[in-house]
Write a protein that binds this ligand. Structure first.
Ligand SMILES: Nc1nc2c(ncn2[C@@H]2O[C@H](COP(=O)(O)OP(=O)(O)O)[C@@H](O)[C@H]2O)c(=O)[nH]1
Ligand SMILES: [Mg+2]
Length: 117
């Protein structure tokens, strides 16, 4: 698979972020072990932040040591992704949430920022 190289200056990204019409807030929401973090790896790959060679295995949003050891998300993790749609640039603020019932607080708090417009 070809890797999409995106070169954007920080000023360009900040300018998109300042325009709400070009910003979407979204995230994962599902039971534990249903592939939320794996899917998020694919989104990182699509935005050019993760190599296709490791996407799906890196589980990049599970970056805390205990998450990597347990192979389970324990807290919400956020990332801003740059995408273009119909020639227009967008920033997707994406939250990967935990699925285990013990961490429901992180999920309900994350729902407050997901508008998925
Ligand atoms: N068979 C299969 N396994 C998957 C798929 N997506 C994720 N997995 C596996 O399911 C396990 C849990 O994935 P993870 O993304 O951590 O789930 P999460 O708890 O919802 O974030 C991992 O071992 C993944 O490799 C899929 O589409 N098919
Ligand atoms: Mg997860």
């Amino acid at each position: 698979m070809a890797v999409r190289i995106i070169e954007k200056k920080i000023e360009d990204i900040l300018s998109i972020m300042r325009n709400p019409a070009q910003v979407r807030n979204a995230g994962t929401l599902a039971h534990v072990d249903h592939g939320k973090t794996t899917t998020t790896d694919s989104l990182l790959m699509g935005a050019g932040l993760l190599s296709p060679k490791v996407a799906g295995k890196a589980l990049a949003m599970d970056y805390v040591e205990i998450e990597q050891l347990r192979q389970m998300t324990v807290k919400a993790a956020n990332i801003s992704l740059y995408f273009e749609y119909e020639g227009k640039p967008y920033i997707i603020n994406f939250v990967d949430t935990p699925g285990h019932v013990d961490f429901t607080g992180h999920v309900t708090r994350s729902l407050r920022v997901m508008d998925a417009r």
